[in-house]
Write a new protein. Structure first.
Length: 339
C-alpha cells in the first residue's frame, strides 16, 4: 500500500482478492493491518497474512462465527459464534490453538469486543445479557441485565470505563463498568421495524464503532421495514453524541437501495464509511462527509458486503457473500488486482 498517496474515496478501486469456498459472515483487520480474519457459513475462521499471502484456517467452533476481534498486540483472536461460544486463539503459533473456550451465552453470542486495555472481553447475545470476561482467566466479571430483546452489538468507549449495547428494538444502554450500573437508556427506534408479512420485529445493530476520541459512536442496521426476509427495507447508519446520547445524524444510501447496512467505520481523516447488501445480493460502500447525511460517493460491488474494516488508512477490506475478501484502495494508484 502507498501511505504517501492522497486519500480520495472517489478513486476507490479493487486491488486484491482473497478467496474462500463459502459465503462470508463477518470480518476484522488487526490493529497493525497485517492480518484479516473472516468468518463464513462453515465452522472455521480464515486468517490471511496480508504481507506474505499465507492463509491459516482456524477450526474449533460448532456453528457459524458472527463476530471477530483482535487483541491490541495482534497476538490473540477472539471469535463469537451462533452457538453461544466465545473462543480465544493464540496467533503466535503457526497453527493457532484455542487458548480458552467460553460458553458465554444461552443461544447465539452475537458480538465480541476487547477492552482498550486488553484485559476484558465484552459479549452479548440472544439470552438478553451483556457480559464481561477476564481474558487471562476466562472468568465472568460482570453480567449486565436490562435489555428485553436479543442484544445485537456492544462496544467499549475509548476510556475503557463505559460500554454501549444495542438490542433488536433499537434500545441502547450505556453501562458504567466500574459499578455495573446502567447510566443511560437511549431509544433508537428508527433502527427497527415490524414485518407484517412474517409477524416479526426486525432491527438490531449490525455493526457499532466509536470514533477515536470517544465523542461519537455510529451504529449500522435497518429502517423502514416492509418485508425483511425479501430484503425490502432501507439501510441506515445512525451517529450518536456521547455527551448527550442524542442521535445527531441518520445516514442513508440512495433511495433505490433496499437492504441492510452491515458495517460502519470512522476514517482518521474525518469521513465515515458504510457498507451493505441489497436485496439482489449486490453490495455498496458509502462515503459520508462530516455534517452531511447524504453520501458524497457510492462504490458499487458485485457481491453483498457482510463486513468492512480499514487496512491502514488507504484501503478497505470487505467480507463478501460470494466467499471473497476484497481489498479496495482509496487512492488513485493504478494497482492491479492480485489473488
Amino acid at each position: 500500500m502507498n501511505s504517501d498517496a492522497t486519500i480520495d474515496p472517489v478513486q476507490t478501486h479493487l486491488v486484491r482478492e482473497l478467496k474462500h469456498s463459502r459465503p462470508l459472515t463477518t470480518l476484522r483487520v488487526d490493529p497493525a493491518s497485517r492480518y484479516v480474519a473472516a468468518g463464513a457459513q462453515d465452522l472455521d475462521i480464515q486468517l490471511w497474512d496480508l504481507e506474505d499471502g499465507r492463509l491459516r484456517t482456524l477450526s474449533g467452533h460448532q456453528s457459524w462465527v458472527r463476530s471477530i476481534d483482535f487483541s491490541g498486540d495482534s497476538k490473540q483472536l477472539y471469535t463469537a459464534c451462533w452457538g453461544g461460544v466465545v473462543n480465544i486463539w493464540d496467533l503466535t503459533q503457526d497453527a493457532p490453538p484455542i487458548i480458552r473456550s467460553i460458553p458465554a451465552h444461552q443461544g447465539a453470542a452475537r458480538w465480541v469486543r476487547a477492552s482498550p486495555d486488553g484485559t476484558r472481553l465484552a459479549t452479548c447475545g440472544n439470552d438478553l445479557l451483556v457480559k464481561l470476561w477476564n481474558i487471562e482467566t476466562g472468568e465472568q466479571e460482570l453480567e449486565l441485565k436490562g435489555h428485553e430483546r436479543h442484544v445485537y452489538g456492544v462496544d467499549f468507549h475509548p476510556d475503557g470505563e463505559h460500554l454501549v449495547s444495542q438490542d433488536l428494538m433499537g434500545v441502547i444502554l450505556i453501562w458504567d463498568l466500574k459499578t455495573g450500573e446502567q447510566r443511560r437508556r437511549i431509544d433508537a427506534g428508527m433502527m427497527t421495524g415490524y414485518d407484517k408479512k412474517f409477524a416479526a420485529d426486525m432491527g438490531g445493530a449490525r455493526d457499532m464503532q466509536f470514533n477515536a476520541c470517544g465523542s461519537r459512536w455510529a451504529s449500522a442496521g435497518i429502517t423502514k421495514v416492509v418485508n425483511s426476509f425479501a430484503g425490502i427495507q432501507d439501510p441506515i447508519i445512525v451517529v450518536f453524541d456521547w455527551e448527550t446520547g442524542t442521535a445527531t445524524r441518520q445516514l442513508r444510501a440512495a433511495e433505490n437501495f433496499k437492504g441492510v447496512a452491515w458495517a460502519v467505520r470512522f476514517h482518521p481523516q474525518g469521513f465515515l464509511v458504510g457498507g451493505g447488501a441489497d436485496k439482489s445480493g449486490k453490495g455498496e460502500l458509502w462515503f459520508f462527509n462530516d455534517g452531511s447525511d447524504e453520501a458524497f460517493h457510492t462504490f458499487k460491488m458485485k457481491s453483498a458486503a457482510r463486513g468492512v474494516d480499514l487496512v491502514g488508512e488507504d484501503r478497505l477490506a470487505v467480507a463478501h457473500a460470494d466467499g471473497h475478501v476484497r481489498l479496495y484502495q482509496m487512492t488513485g494508484d493504478a494497482t492491479e488486482p492480485d489473488a
